[in-house]
Design a binder for this molecule. Structure first.
Ligand code: GLY
Length: 372
């Protein structure tokens, strides 16, 4: 039942394996990559408790031993201090140029460990074992690695492709419902940006996916990573098309900053709200039909997800401040806000040509609806 998506990037090509029970088979998947039967695993305290033993057993079955480092869970770990700790630990473990480092965890661990692997001895190979839905469908694929700076998220990093991604769909059943649904925000994003048939399939099967249906989850993860892989192969270092993956993200980043990167709004929740706002903006600009934003919101609401600014608890700043936060986004080019808009469901495009007044009006209306 294991599915494979190949990412054909020449000498950086790799496979993404998707399916149940992959942790238990880790030895068989990693064995062919190893020059010696030993790997260094970096994980976080929560994930270690849930999944480290299964990974250890799976590796041991293939005759592979592991050393491991547990870091604190949470976004604060994506920082200089923990990068230093990780790199120094890898050196202390005598990880050599031909060894493989394993990232076992969600997006924070994947990004941090990928960056540590990129700079250790000028680059060692690493394997992503993503344990959140968001990491399985987005951050573990495509080679973006890095840490946060005081000036903003993900401002320090490198492109460094993994050598293998093992997306064990069994681990998804250990996620809190809220985290699972936040990851599902990124799944919806793929349908909205480039595959209307996939979005329609999600509308029909979303409740099976959230309800734990294994086959539906595998299909959703597979289609998402196929789409991501396709875009990454066209534009590995985000000179063009890769920016499509940022559908909903300009709004999301402003909302995350406005809520202090706190538990008030998870990244995937911000992406879902951002996608709905991007479609609303597209409809107001006459780019897509008036029905499309409603369809996006209906699916989010059917999935019991946040769909609008009114679903964010606590105070939000005025539209002017939100616009300022958008202008700090690292995707701003020459001071021009860049948006991913859509000509319909599955037809997204990137533009720098959006009048700030239209964005302000949209936000004013959304903030007013929140107060009503
Ligand atoms: N998460 C967006 C990208 O990988 O480009």
């Amino acid at each position: 039942m294991t599915e494979t998506v190949h990412v054909p990037l020449g000498d950086r090509a790799y496979d993404i394996r998707i399916g149940p029970g992959l942790l238990e088979q880790a030895g068989a998947f990693l064995g062919p990559l190893l020059a010696r039967p030993r790997v260094a695993v970096i994980t976080d305290e929560n994930v270690a408790q849930l999944h480290l033993e299964a990974l250890r057993d799976g590796l041991e079955k293939g005759g592979i031993s592991l050393v491991f480092l547990k870091l604190p869970a949470g976004e604060a770990t994506k920082s200089w201090g923990f990068l230093e700790q990780t790199v120094e630990w890898l050196l202390a473990q005598k990880v050599e140029r031909n060894d493989v480092v394993v990232a076992l965890g969600g997006g924070v661990i994947g990004d941090l460990v990928g960056f540590a692997a990129a700079i250790l001895r000028r680059g060692v190979r690493f394997v992503q074992v993503p344990t959140s839905l968001l990491a399985q469908v987005d951050s573990s694929v495509g080679g973006k690695t890095g840490i946060n700076a005081p000036q903003g998220k993900n401002l320090i990093g490198a492109f460094h492709q993994p050598s293998l991604v093992l997306a064990d769909t069994d681990v998804l059943s250990t996620l809190r419902r809220r985290d699972f649904l936040a990851g599902y925000g990124e799944v919806i994003k793929y349908g909205l940006l480039g595959d209307a048939i996939f979005f329609q399939w999600l509308e029909e099967h979303g409740s099976r996916i959230s309800g734990g249906d294994a086959a539906a989850r595998i299909s959703a993860v597979k289609r998402s990573v196929e789409m991501k892989a396709d875009i990454v192969v066209r534009d590995e270092t985000e000179q063009g098309d890769r920016a499509l993956l940022n559908l909903g993200h300009t709004f999301c980043h402003a909302l995350e900053a406005a809520t202090g990167y706190s538990g008030r709004l998870l990244h995937g929740e911000g992406v879902a709200i951002g996608c709905a706002l991007a479609f609303e903006l597209s409809a107001r600009l006459g780019l897509c039909s008036q029905e499309d934003p409603g369809r996006v919101r209906t699916h989010l609401r059917n999935m019991r997800m946040k769909a609008d600014l009114s679903d964010i608890e606590g105070d939000l700043p005025e539209s002017e401040k939100l616009l300022e936060l958008m202008a700090q986004d690292k995707k701003v080019v020459d001071g021009q806000l860049r948006f991913v808009l859509a000509r319909g469901i599955g037809q997204a495009f990137v533009t720098g040509d959006v009048p700030a007044s239209d964005v302000r009006d949209l936000l004013d209306d959304a903030l007013a609806a929140r107060r009503a």
